[in-house]
Design a protein around this ligand. Structure first.
Ligand code: ADP
Ligand code: MG
Length: 392
């Protein structure tokens, strides 16, 4: 694909529009994890150094459902970004329209404006052509660095791109694609995939795709119970996605056919109530009235041994309800094994990445993706709407 990286474009005295992914967690008007902002800094700093006039930043934040809700305003992001950049980031009151256009026209070289939350307008998610045109009017050069949103064809990630004559990708987008390409193109064997978390439905496509590439699958988290149900194993009151049981069965059958080792937990931490603060107990078989909340010690030992042997690892989704310390051992142990493994490892998925950070194990990971859904979509189809739209 022919997409220009930002450093091949002449930005000097141009209105440079960067679509970033500043969808960060907030608490009491403060950014509690600024990773996504920090990961965009190289692109922002490059644009400033190269004389953007001015630099215009845009992002969505949360799910304001198409109306301007103060709780989703981007002011906490512009404040944090000002601190990180050491220069004032002006917060706009809207993301398009004549007021914003005038504000941009009055700005100088090297100044930075952060547009207000794109999703305050319902047209953003609908990829509305008029809204895309209104955004495109603000820019001479369009840069997409929002990898975490690149699997969505929205006005700011898709529609506006072709309406701006010069366009390209930022350094974060470039880095994400390059690292994920390593998993797609001849990954060193054994290629191990660790899957967990809650949403089997959203991950089926990528599992089917990876069955053709990976050598071993380790399944954990709530996802494991849907697979166990497909194997007619006892799952008690564990969280199951009943609609996905047939697909899980097909995946198990395909794994046998394709000679892929697909492992399910052989013991479990269970509790009578999945949000109870009480410590769980370890069982081989899940009793009728209990639900699984973490993988057990025997599973941890088996999974860790596979992880140690792997040459390439992709991990998405925690092994248990790690938000509760009593049920975090499985996720922590797997995270430690991945961090200590000699394999090239990639982690994608909001919660899995949060877990690895919480355990302070990010240092041992090859690549930590800023996009959960986007990394899965890219692995599955090798392209993303937001990337396609940048093609020259
Ligand atoms: P990611 O964001 O890494 O892609 P998901 O969003 O799919 O992962 O899943 C993360 C969620 O799955 C976490 O909130 C975690 O508590 C939950 N989860 C993991 N294991 C279980 C389980 N056994 N039962 C219920 N929920 C679980
Ligand atoms: Mg998640």
């Amino acid at each position: 694909m022919n997409v220009q990286p930002i450093d091949r474009l002449d930005l000097s005295d141009q209105r440079v529009f960067i679509r970033a992914d500043f969808n960060v967690p907030l608490e009491d008007g403060r950014v509690t994890d600024d990773t996504r902002i920090r990961r965009t800094l190289p692109t922002i700093q490059h644009a400033l150094k190269e004389g953007a006039h001015p630099l215009i930043l845009a992002s969505h934040l949360g799910r304001p459902e198409g109306s301007p809700r103060p709780a989703y305003a981007l002011a906490p992001v512009s404040r944090r970004l000002s601190e990180l950049l050491g220069q004032t980031v002006v917060q706009a009151e809207d993301c398009a329209g004549t007021t914003v256009e005038k504000q941009i026209a009055a700005m100088g070289r090297g100044e930075v404006l952060l547009l207000e939350n794109l999703r305050f307008h319902p047209e953003e998610k609908k990829n509305d052509p008029d809204f895309a045109r209104a955004l495109a009017r603000l820019a001479d050069i369009y840069i997409n660095d929002a990898f975490g949103t690149a699997h969505r064809a929205h006005a700011s990630t898709y529609g506006m791109a072709s309406l701006v004559s010069r366009r390209g990708m930022g350094f974060l987008m470039q880095e994400e694609i390059a690292q994920l390409e390593r998993l797609r193109h001849d990954p060193a064997a054994p290629f191990l995939v660790i899957l967990g978390g809650a949403k089997v439905a959203g991950k089926i496509g990528v599992i089917q795709h990876l069955l053709d590439r990976a050598d071993v699958f380790l399944i954990g988290g709530a996802m494991a119970y849907t697979f166990m149900r497909a194997r007619d194993e006892k799952t008690g009151r564990s969280k199951i996605e009943s609609d996905e049981v047939d697909l899980a069965r097909e995946i198990i059958e395909a794994s046998v056919e394709k000679n892929v080792l697909l492992l399910l937990p052989t013991d479990h931490v269970v509790t009578a109530n999945d949000d109870s603060q009480a410590a769980g107990c370890v069982v081989r078989q899940i009793p009728e009235n209990m639900c699984g909340v973490d993988i057990g010690p025997r599973t941890i030992t088996g999974y860790s041994a596979e992880i140690e042997k792997a040459a390439t690892i992709f991990w998405n989704g925690p092994m248990g309800i790690f938000e509760n310390e009593a049920f975090a051992t499985g996720t922590r142990s797997v995270a430690r094994a991945v961090a200590e493994a000699s394999a090239f490892s990639v982690i994608g998925g909001g919660d899995s990445v949060a877990a690895v950070r919480q355990f302070d194990l990010s240092g041992g990971i090859g690549h930590i993706s800023t996009g959960g859904g986007a990394s899965l979509a890219f692995l599955e189809s090798r392209t993303l709407p937001g990337l396609d739209a940048l093609a020259a």
